[in-house]
Design a protein around this ligand. Structure first.
Ligand SMILES: *Cc1c(COP(=O)(O)O)cnc(C)c1O
Ligand code: SF4
Length: 437
């Protein structure tokens, strides 16, 4: 039940002397990660012809290969070219194609980085890259250029810079640990890092983004869980893309984390020929919900270099959302987002549900295509909230709440503000105006 025949076969081929019990040792898994084409062929029995081998070798020189024996064992060898696990793990010569629209840092994470390791993009939260290591190099990784490039664990003094930044930036209430994979750090380092961050008074929550439950579930040990438990509230987000990834072992890891009391979320990437199908996605979100993981985001594939063969039109994502909204449990439905190229952050996209609007009625449609109307109040005096908090007469206990300054569209909506438009920098028409003055 716990090991499959295939896993036993792979373990024996890797190490004649080892017995299968090593399989569940995460360090053994990492030590025996598959990093060459030869190893892959030997362990799977899959053979590529000479010309393809050559091209693959070229690909791996630029984007290195690294697959855990566990994740390798999930590949269906008979139909590997259509296998979602194979496609995420092994890569393709198409990775060498680079389009003009692609970049090595499409989200400008480095430009929004005040100190090494930190991306501070949103007002109240930061992304903290605490590890350059990953258990597996996902072929669709947004940070593809960096992964495997400088595979090292940042030293404590390097991490200290990030911690100092958070300490000195009181508006940061949410710290998202990412990488690489934070769970690739040794237990003691995770313990130290979490103790440092959670000791900062203004940090209310810490989140960990990890692919460990998917590609190396044995890393989730009792010891790890007992360390994490000391630092509640801790949220954990994982990265399942396909129902085939929810194996006995990965479900066990998820159960350990859920029993540890950590709210679990999942961030999937929409990938052509891997999960770009409403039925697969529905199956995935249902399986996640059964395992106490709430689908959080569905990402449109980023414009990173070498990902063109993975990208779908945005319409595919909308189509998938159309098949989830209303059709299944609300909590099993992720938010579909496009991470804005250039660093604008995640932008949610949805099918349109508002069909029309008058001064007192909204015409909406539901998931079945039923068109309905919502009657709005005949009179509504917009005095209740106008962001003019100093003169507000409502008893909202506002003293307790954070003061917030309206920005962006929020600012346009507020009446307590002179801003009537937001104008892009270097607007030509306005430039002419200034020139004429
Ligand atoms: C995704 C992301 C976050 C977290 O965003 P949420 O929408 O709160 O999950 C924070 N910082 C950066 C740079 C991110 O990319
Ligand atoms: S685990 Fe995440 S950071 Fe690491 S290779 Fe996969 S997608 Fe990239």
């Amino acid at each position: 039940m716990i090991y499959t025949k295939k896993q036993e076969g792979i373990a024996n081929k890797i190490d004649d002397l080892s017995d299968i019990s090593n399989w569940k040792n995460w360090k053994w898994q990492l030590k025996h990660a598959i990093t060459t084409l030869e190893q892959f062929e030997y362990l799977t029995g899959i053979r590529f012809d000479e010309s393809e081998r050559k091209e693959l070798q070229e690909t791996f020189k630029i984007f290195p290969l690294s697959i855990t024996p566990y994740y390798l064992s999930l590949i269906h060898k008979e139909n590997f070219r259509n296998d979602p696990v194979f496609k995420q793990a092994f890569g393709s010569v198409q990775e060498l194609t680079t389009l003009n629209s692609e970049h090595s840092d499409p989200l400008s994470e480095e430009k929004d980085s005040p100190v090494e390791g930190i991306t501070h993009r949103y007002p109240d939260r930061v992304l903290f890259h605490v590890s350059n290591l990953c258990a597996m190099y996902c072929r669709h990784c947004t940070r593809k250029r960096k992964v495997g490039d400088d595979s090292y664990i940042p030293s404590m003094s390097q991490m200290q810079k990030g911690i100092e930044y958070i300490k000195n930036t009181p508006q940061v209430r949410d710290v998202l640990l990412s990488g690489g994979d934070p769970f690739m750090l040794p237990d003691e380092m995770i313990d130290w890092l979490l103790s440092e961050i959670t000791a900062i008074p203004h940090v209310e929550v810490v989140r960990i983004g990890t692919r460990i439950p998917v590609v190396l579930p044995y890393r989730v040990t009792d010891k790890l869980v007992s360390i994490l438990k000391k630092y509640q509230p801790l949220w954990i987000n994982t990265h399942f893309n396909h129902p085939n990834e929810l194996t006995c072992s990965s479900r066990e890891a998820l159960a350990m984390l859920a029993d540890g009391g950590f709210p679990l979320g999942n961030q999937s990437v929409l990938l052509a020929d891997v999960n770009d199908c409403p039925r697969i996605m529905r199956n995935l979100v249902h399986k996640l919900a059964q395992n106490r993981v709430r689908p959080y985001y569905l990402y449109q594939c980023d414009l990173s270099e070498g990902l063109s063969h993975f990208r779908t039109p945005v319409g595919k994502g909308i189509e998938i959302m159309e098949s989830l909204v209303g059709h299944t449990s609300g909590f099993a439905r992720p938010t579909y987002v496009i991470d804005a190229p250039g660093g604008g952050g995640k932008i949610p996209v949805m099918p349109n549900y508002i069909i029309s609007w008058s001064t007192n009625k909204v015409v909406l449609r539901n998931y079945e295509g039923v068109i309905t109307t919502y009657r709005e109040p005949d009179s509504y005096e917009a005095k209740n909230c106008d962001r003019d908090c100093d003169h507000c007469t409502l008893d909202l206990n506002i003293r307790e709440a954070d003061k917030m300054e309206a920005i962006g569209i929020e600012k346009l909506l507020s009446n307590d503000n002179d801003t009537v438009s937001l104008i892009p920098e270097n607007n030509e028409r306005l430039q002419r105006r200034y020139d004429n003055e």
